[in-house]
Design a protein around this ligand. Sequence first.
Ligand code: HGY
Ligand code: MN
Ligand code: MN
Length: 419
Amino acid sequence: MAKTNLPLDADRLWADVMDLAEITDPARPYTRRSFTALFLEGREWVDRRFQEAGLTTRIDTAGNLIGRLEGRNPALGVIAIGSHSDTVPSGGRFDGIAGVATGLEIIRALRDAGIQLDHTIEVIDFLAEEPSEYGLSCVGSRGMTGSLDDTMLTLTEPSGETLRDALVRVGGDPNRLEMAKRDDIRAFLELHIEQGIVLESQSLDVGIVTSIVGIRRLEVIFQGEADHAGTTPMALRHDALVAAAATVTSVRRVAEELAVEGTDYFVATVGILGVDPSASNIVPGRCRLVIDARTTQPALTQRFVEIIDLESAAHAAAARVTRASFAMLSDGPPVACDAGLRAALRQGAEDLGLSLTDLPSGAGHDAAFMSRICPSAMIFVPCRAGKSHAPEEWSDRDQIAAGAAAIYQAVKALDSQIR
Ligand code: HGY
Ligand code: MN
Ligand code: MN
């Protein structure tokens, strides 16, 4: 049901989302992977839109694109709104982008209403929120919160470029990361599609996020021996894929067991499985898999890792291969969203007559890292059939506008509350 008299321009907001979506790998809509030429083309578009709205723009040393409009009383600090403009491969048009466009539209709507805030307001396009080809997600928000360390900068993508060099390529400065860390942001708000089915199934306009899952990513490498698929007897094989496949099955079984046990929930996925040399007539010599485990209860993650550690080692022995690596790639703890900001979002939504519920986020977000330096909170808008990280991802103009309007209301209230 379209909400009328929202305090912002739904068409203008929608046009931004649709226009940015056009900057994609045409062969794999919608793909704008971080650090690529397409990503930089998208960044240029975002920068131009920020400047057209009267914002000053900069890239901080962690590679975040920041649009800024000074407040009447700069000493009060910054209210920031943001998300990310990079996508997963063959992702959607709304994951991240809707949040960046929302921040921009709120600033334009305040201007159109002749409102100058006391606080400075910023809209932030965080660098590489999605897991990048270097194996790390939330690169920019880690940098803004002092959580991007030198070890992470040595991570490489398949052709060998380091994250350090990639950061320079997109305008960051890995030698001055301390300049990106902020202590002047008083509140951070993020709009995001739910990427789940709760809001749509209950016909609700928005969701006020209570907590954001912790995400642990593990890399497991099995080293066997490439052999001729036709002449190598079964008993003499050292087939790395046999161990990897058994480990995938273990991940599924243990996650299902823990999902039942946990009060919130536990999920785990193997989304990357690399087989080398990957030919039909060669016994796989090497396999690399990446496990993504999520929960709001860290004790469950610990249990999961212990069990998979034991079982993956057993699968290696059974397949007569070695487990060359069982390493943690990244580990972000679960985060509770700020109660004061949640109340402001709830009030903003109620002011507009929006229907709402509280709900946890099973997806990771930059807001989880931002909570390390300031009060942070999120508002979800429905997405069709809960689908995301796929080209079918969809949210409609009025749904995004309603969520953005709730943030608009909250920002006005927080501007006078936060001192
Ligand atoms: O993977 C996630 O949860 C987020 O969409 N980057
Ligand atoms: Mn995503
Ligand atoms: Mn996202």
